[in-house]
Design a protein around this ligand. Structure first.
Ligand code: NAD
Length: 231
C-alpha cells in the first residue's frame, strides 16, 4: 500500500511532447510560430477571429492523430491500481490523458475537442474545423469559439482544484515550465499544507525551488518509474 492517501498530479505540455505535440515555450514564447497574444487571448480573438479558429483547427487536427505515450499510460494505470484519492489536473488541451484511460481528470485550460458559445455559455463536443460562420447549436447565434481558457480568463474548476490541493499529501507536477499561473503556484499551496511536492520534468522548471524533490529526464521514462514505485 502506498504511503500516500491523497494525490494530486498536474501535467503540462511536456508530457505530450513525445507524442509529437510541440510544447508552448520551446521557441522564444511562440506557440507554433504564433505570438500567444494573437491566438491565446480574448483580445486576439476579437481582432482576428478567423485566424484564431484556423490556429485551433490545426492544433485539433494534429492532436487527433497523436497517440498517448508511456507517461500518459502510466498515470492511467496508476489511477486504476491506487486505492486512495487521486486527481489529475491538466493544463493540456489535447485528449491524450482520457485516451490513455485517465478518469479523474480536470482540463483546467479547456480542450481542443470542445467549442463554446460566448453568449449563452453552452459547450459541446466538436472534432471538425470551426469558423466564424458557425452557429451555437443551443441559441443559434454566430457566437462560437474554441473552449480554450485564454490568458486573462479564469481556468475551469478552480474550487475543486484548491480543495484537492488543500487535502493532498503528495503533489506531482509533470512536464510544466512553471510559467503559467495559477498552475505554477500549486506546489506552494500544497507544500504549505504539508504535502510532499515532486517535480518530474526535462529540466528544473521556473518554480523548481517550491518542490521537495525533482527527477529530470524524458517523461516517457521518469513518469512510469516514479509511479511504479508509489504503489
Ligand atoms: P510549457 O511548454 O511552458 O513547458 C513545457 C515543459 O515541459 C518545459 O519545462 C520542458 O522542459 C518540459 N518538457 C519538454 N519535453 C519534455 C519531455 N519529453 N519530458 C518531460 N518534460 C518535458 O508548458 P506548460 O507549462 O504546460 O504551459 C503551456 C500552456 O500552453 C498550457 O497552458 C497549455 O494549455 C498550452 N499548451 C498545451 C499543449 C497540449 O495540450 N499538449 C501544447 C502546447 C501548449
Amino acid at each position: 500500500m502506498s504511503q500516500f492517501q491523497n494525490i494530486v498530479v498536474l501535467t503540462g505540455a511536456g508530457i505530450s511532447a513525445e507524442s509529437g505535440i510541440p510544447t508552448f515555450r520551446a521557441s522564444d514564447g511562440l506557440w507554433e510560430n504564433h505570438h500567444v497574444e494573437d491566438v491565446a487571448t480574448p483580445e486576439g480573438f476579437a481582432a482576428n477571429p478567423q485566424l484564431v479558429h484556423q490556429f485551433y483547427n490545426a492544433r485539433r487536427e494534429a492532436a487527433k492523430s497523436a497517440q498517448p505515450n508511456p507517461a500518459h499510460i502510466a498515470l492511467a494505470d496508476f489511477e486504476t491500481a491506487f486505492s486512495g484519492n487521486y486527481l489529475l489536473v491538466t493544463q493540456n488541451v489535447d485528449t491524450l490523458h482520457e485516451r490513455a484511460g485517465s478518469k479523474s481528470l480536470i482540463h483546467m485550460h479547456g480542450q481542443l475537442e470542445q467549442m463554446k458559445c460566448t453568449k449563452c455559455e453552452a459547450n459541446w463536443a466538436f472534432d471538425g474545423d470551426s469558423s466564424i460562420d458557425d452557429k451555437c447549436p443551443h441559441c443559434n447565434k454566430q457566437t462560437t469559439r474554441p473552449d480554450i481558457v485564454w490568458f486573462g480568463e479564469m481556468p475551469y474548476q478552480m474550487e475543486n482544484i484548491w480543495a484537492a490541493l488543500d487535502n493532498c499529501d503528495l503533489f506531482v507536477a509533470i512536464g510544466t515550465s512553471g510559467s503559467v499561473y495559477p498552475a505554477a503556484g500549486f506546489a506552494q499551496i500544497a507544500a504549505r499544507k504539508g504535502a510532499q511536492c515532486v517535480e518530474l520534468n526535462l529540466e528544473p522548471s521556473n518554480v523548481a525551488g517550491d518542490f521537495t524533490d525533482g527527477h529530470y529526464g524524458l517523461a516517457s521514462d521518469i513518469v512510469p518509474r516514479f509511479f511504479s514505485k508509489l504503489l
